[in-house]
Every structure is written in structure tokens, then in C-alpha cells.
Design a protein around this ligand. Structure first.
Ligand SMILES: [Zn+2]
Ligand SMILES: [Zn+2]
Length: 88
């Protein structure tokens, strides 16, 4: 069996499979660590609401949010999310 194929099999089935963060490319051996790490990117959303700081992945979501939450209603104060730093 070619060595390359052995490596692939190890990566697919072994415990050494690195979980790769799609946001920053960081790799983790354990899924739990990877999942914990994903939380550090929760505030990395591209579109953020100027009024309450909520983050959204698309401008449409932000527009919908602005319409639903901030327009035509009394402005509601949302507590800002705390940025929790996680050491993997
Ligand atoms: Zn990351
Ligand atoms: Zn808002």
C-alpha cells in the first residue's frame, strides 16, 4: 500500500485528524477543542448593527434585524456580548 494512502487513511480514521477552523485555519486534534475555539469567532460576523452591536453574516439579515428590532418600535437596549478569549 502506498505511504500516501496510509496517511490518508490515518487522517480519516485516526484520532490525529486535525479539526480545522474554517475561519482562521487553526487545527485541533480534538473536536471538543475545535468547538470551543469556534466560540471565539462568534463576534467575527461581517455585518454588525450600529444600534445594538449584534452581528450578522449577511446584509439581508442585518436589514431584517434592523426592521424588526429597531424600526417602528421603541429602541431596546441589548447587552453587548462579552468577548471571551479561549485558550483552545
Ligand atoms: Zn479559528
Ligand atoms: Zn440592532
Amino acid at each position: 500500500m502506498p505511504i500516501n494512502l496510509l496517511i490518508v487513511i490515518r487522517q480519516v480514521h485516526g484520532t490525529e485528524t486535525p479539526w480545522c477552523c474554517k475561519v482562521c485555519g487553526k487545527q485541533f486534534k480534538l473536536k471538543t477543542n475545535w468547538m470551543e475555539h469556534q466560540k471565539t469567532h462568534e463576534n467575527d460576523k461581517l455585518f454588525s448593527c450600529d444600534l445594538c452591536g449584534a452581528g450578522f453574516k449577511s446584509s439581508q439579515s442585518l436589514k431584517r434585524h434592523t426592521g424588526q428590532v429597531h424600526e417602528g418600535k421603541k429602541r431596546k437596549q441589548y447587552p453587548k456580548k462579552r468577548n471571551v478569549n479561549c485558550d483552545d
